[in-house]
Design a protein around this ligand. Structure first.
Ligand SMILES: Nc1ncnc2c1ncn2[C@@H]1O[C@H](COP(=O)(O)OP(=O)(O)O)[C@@H](O)[C@H]1O
Ligand SMILES: [Mg+2]
Length: 363
């Protein structure tokens, strides 16, 4: 059992507030990902859980025991660092066993645990080598192995894949997911990469400027972003966000931008019935824009194609609707060229609306 709870946790470095009023309850065996742009407070949060950073305010619990004043070595937590932090003068075997040795674990048990971890990670043949004599991907496994042998209650990962090339990153992502299933431990995983967060996390915590923006499952974040930031951060290419005026005409509502109009479907109009502001931000994901035959005012958007990016499985179209730039992800069979005028139809059921001031979701 290892539940982790952070209550109103904050961290100040003099005048810099790195983490602000952080509240999160992590279930036993849950894989939780903290994601956000560089500098948003992910590492600081992880280091506070590990006991490597004093917390300024709030409480951290493991299984209902407050660990605020418990030294790092007594927390039963293993952390995998971004730079792996392997000892260069020690062999892979010694690197993996070192933590156990410090804890005075009997030699036989160390040998057994290192062998077991090496087997899980497929690095049995590397145990006698020094870190400089193995590849980046293998070093990453050693760093994970060093954490596994400890059999900790909680694993903390700080951007463990960021030093790997793109292909290895995808492969290792899958391996870490399998590993989680096998070791059945609670994991807090930090990344700045939204794809990594979406593919790995049971739940994701999106952070910005030290504040939690939203906590949810991958699909909750994708389908119902709490604000414009989460809408734009989750999903690739990023959501199109367009300023528009909300116009009421009888019982119906429509959105008027500088160059086109979108009639709001009944359920969305109902959802913002009592909303008084005139201006809103409309969010349309690139995959919710489709090429349409001809222009229907209120339903489609006339655009001019600017750049065509064939990805292979699909095509990204960078277009402009008047002076408003938009990105559409369209079928790979689509045949269009730069400067061509085409019509795009947004999927209205997947439309997002945000307050122009607070940027919070209105739906
Ligand atoms: N030891 C420190 N002293 C002063 N400021 C720090 C220190 N560590 C982190 N910070 C600041 O705290 C903020 C959050 O940093 P960090 O947690 O490392 O972000 P992330 O891991 O999300 O990139 C940043 O503004 C960073 O400059
Ligand atoms: Mg960091």
């Amino acid at each position: 059992m290892a539940e982790v709870r952070l209550e109103k946790v904050s961290k100040h470095f003099n005048e810099v507030i790195a983490v602000n009023d952080f509240n999160l309850s992590i279930k036993d065996k849950e894989f939780v990902v903290l994601v956000g742009p560089s500098g948003c407070g992910k590492t600081t949060t992880l280091r506070m859980v590990a006991g490597l950073e004093q917390i300024t305010n709030g409480d951290i619990y493991i299984d209902d025991r407050c660990i605020n004043n418990l030294p790092a070595k007594d927390r039963d937590i293993a952390m995998v660092f971004q730079n792996y932090a392997l000892y260069p003068h020690m062999s892979v075997y010694e690197n993996m066993g070192f933590g156990l040795e410090l804890r005075k674990t009997p030699k036989d048990e160390i040998r057994q645990r290192v062998q077991e971890a090496a087997e899980i990670l497929g690095i049995q043949d590397l145990l006698h080598r020094k870190p400089k004599a193995i590849s980046g991907g293998q070093r990453q496994r050693v760093a994970v192995g060093r954490a596994i042998v400890r059999k900790p209650k909680v694993f903390l990962f700080d951007e463990p894949l960021s030093n790997l090339d793109a292909k290895l990153r995808v492969q290792t992502r899958v391996e870490l997911k399998k590993l989680h299933e096998r070791i059945a431990s609670t994991i807090i995983y930090v990344t700045h990469d939204q794809v990594e967060a979406m593919t790995m996390g049971d739940r994701i915590v999106v952070m910005k400027d030290g504040f939690i923006q939203q906590i949810g499952t991958p699909m909750e974040l994708y389908n119902a972003p709490a604000n414009k930031f989460v809408g734009g951060f989750i999903g690739s290419p990023a959501m199109n966000c367009i300023e528009a005026e909300l116009v009421r005409s009888g019982r119906s509502l429509f959105l008027q931008t500088g160059t086109f109009r979108i009639d709001l479907p009944e359920d969305k109009a109902q959802g913002i019935k009592s909303y008084k502001e005139k201006k809103v931000i409309v969010g349309i994901r690139p995959e919710d824009l489709f090429e349409a035959g001809h222009h229907v005012p209120g339903k489609t958007i006339p655009v001019t194609v600017e750049v065509v990016e064939p990805i292979g499985s699909e095509i990204y179209l960078n277009v402009s609707a008047g002076n408003c730039p938009l990105t559409a992800r369209v079928d790979r069979k689509t045949k269009v060229n730069p400067h061509q005028n085409i019509t795009l139809e947004p999927s209205l059921e997947n439309l997002h609306l945000f307050d122009i001031g607070t940027e919070k979701s209105l739906l």
